[in-house]
Design a protein around this ligand. Structure first.
Ligand code: URP
Ligand code: ZN
Ligand code: ZN
Ligand code: ZN
Length: 488
């Protein structure tokens, strides 16, 4: 028998509209969104009176089951998904890391890792080397494997870092394939220099992480990536915008009409760097991520940028390492695996920080946590909307109930939580993943293997009309000067 579900009496919110309506779901797909739908008694009914019925969160930036800095992230495609669903996120896009420079091998490895998925997922891919094979494989990824975005790391010297030559080749290839170029923007050479400086000064603890890679290095790399993307005339997506410096580069470029997307992450919006000075190494190390969490003031400025549309969507960069793994850097902050949690906490913290505080509306909340991600990566309105025909990834949020984050009760495998003790208004009471109620009454009901891969098509709205700018450029060039072959 088909699975049927009716959500009754709630306020249904999409990015551009909200209304009092019922939502009827059959076999994982939304069939109707209308006032007063009546159904037979074979249909499960959930009462959402006084609550918001909104599209499940889409996290554009995660690292599940990733090998990184001689460790592996401890949340895999099952535990990471369970945590996400308990916090109202029903889809994420993870970064495939190539294996020995091979994109195909990397893709196949992530395909295997994701077999235990219990929510829907998509992939970005990192580009860490350049040669003809990589260029060819990028086309296969876009045309056959459903990947429409590639990330270039401007930091992590000696590991993932790429130089400007590779960035230019990569950006040109992205443009020709209709794929979105993404950057981790920090000046990796200068970070390396800053790290040596700290070690020479005897600063070997987690605070050295913040001191060695200041915001100016993030601003420089962000500005450079933006200018190179402008030179190639291709859209750019800046991941984990952590500083005013980077945000202002994005603001300036967008104001001039350039297609640049800026993604703040939850840690940058709600935390500050003082944790890195905590006397307990275990605590301090749990906050080490790159770019670093900044000093007080950057958080509020990033919130304001999100509220005013300078930044467009919120990710987490969920990249979970246990305290035993973080202890690899007990004598040297450079060896602390970089990354913090957030896949479970994002929806609650963005609600509390942005909506409960009055900085954004509920429709804007839906846009920055779900819809904009779906639009950018070209899966809207299958995802990111509550409309007839959309996948039934839905959450019910009670604005009058409250949440409390704790390492003891979270669903991640982490033995720490950078948001431990945070509480606030607004609670995700029900999560529905493609029509299945997977989170209700504070209980998870998840099964490995029920999540599906969501392939993503190239040429999202960001590419629309770009070729006009190319032809304007070409026609603006003056004809070459005709010179005599030899002069006397
Ligand atoms: O510290 C971080 N951000 N770890 C994950 C890898 C990345 O740079 O996104
Ligand atoms: Zn990064
Ligand atoms: Zn060219
Ligand atoms: Zn990341």
């Amino acid at each position: 028998a088909p699975s049927k579900l009716l959500i009754k009496g709630g306020t249904v919110v999409n990015a551009h509209h909200q209304q009092l309506a019922d939502v009827y779901v059959e076999d994982g797909i939304i069939v109707a969104v209308e006032p007063s739908i009546t159904v037979g008694d074979d249909v499960k009914v959930i009462d959402a009176t006084g609550k918001y019925v909104i599209p499940g969160g889409i996290d554009p930036h995660t690292h599940l089951d990733m090998s990184f800095m001689s460790s592996g992230t401890i949340d895999d495609f099952f535990s990471g998904h369970a945590a996400a669903l308990a916090g109202g996120t029903t889809m994420h896009i993870d970064f495939v890391i190539p294996v020995d420079g091979s994109l195909t091998a990397g893709y196949e490895a992530y395909e295997r890792k994701a077999k235990k998925a219990c929510m829907d997922y998509g992939f970005h891919m990192a580009i860490t080397k350049w040669n003809d094979d990589v260029s060819r494989e990028m086309e296969i990824m876009v045309k056959e494997k459903g990947i429409n975005s590639f990330k270039f790391f401007m930091a992590y010297k000696g590991a993932l870092m790429v130089n400007d030559e590779l960035i230019l080749e990569g950006f040109k290839r992205c443009k020709s394939l209709g794929a979105l170029a993404m950057v981790h923007a920090e000046n990796g050479d200068a970070v390396d220099e800053g790290q040596k400086r700290m070690i020479e000064l005897g600063i070997t603890g987690p605070e050295g992480h913040a001191l060695s890679r200041p915001a100016v290095l993030e601003g420089e790399a962000t500005g450079r990536a933006i200018r190179l993307a402008n030179f190639v005339n291709t859209p750019l997506y800046v991941v984990h915008v952590m500083s005013i410096d980077a945000m202002e580069e994005i603001a300036k470029a967008r104001k001039s009409g350039q297609r640049v997307i800026g993604e703040p992450v939850v840690s940058g919006l709600v935390l500050d760097e003082s944790w890195l000075w905590h006397p307990d190494f275990r605590t301090a190390a749990s906050y080490v991520m790159s770019p670093p969490i900044r000093s007080k003031g950057h958080d509020k400025a990033l919130q304001a940028a999100l509220a005013t549309g300078v930044l467009q969507l919120v990710g987490t960069d969920h990249c979970a390492f246990n305290s035993t793994q973080k202890a690899l850097g007990i004598d040297d902050f450079r060896k602390i695996p970089n990354g913090v949690n957030g896949i479970e906490e994002r929806m609650h913290l963005v609600w509390d920080t942005m909506v409960e505080s009055g900085q954004i509306s509920v429709t804007d909340y839906v846009r920055v946590t779900s819809t904009e991600c779906a639009r950018i990566f070209n899966i809207y309105p299958r995802k990111g909307a509550i409309l007839p025909g959309s996948d039934a990834d839905i959450i019910i949020l009670n604005p009058n109930s409250s949440f409390e984050i704790s390492t003891k009760s979270h669903h991640s495998r982490l033995d720490t939580n950078v948001y431990d003790g945070k509480k606030g208004k607004g609670k995700v009471e029900v999560t529905i993943s493609r029509g299945r109620v997977v989170w209700e009454n504070n209980e998870l009901k998840v099964t490995p293997g029920t999540g599906r891969y969501i392939p993503m098509q190239p040429y999202s709205y960001l590419f629309d009309g770009l070729d006009k700018k190319d032809s304007t450029y070409l026609s603006s060039l003056k004809a070459p000067v005709k010179r005599a072959k030899s002069s006397s």
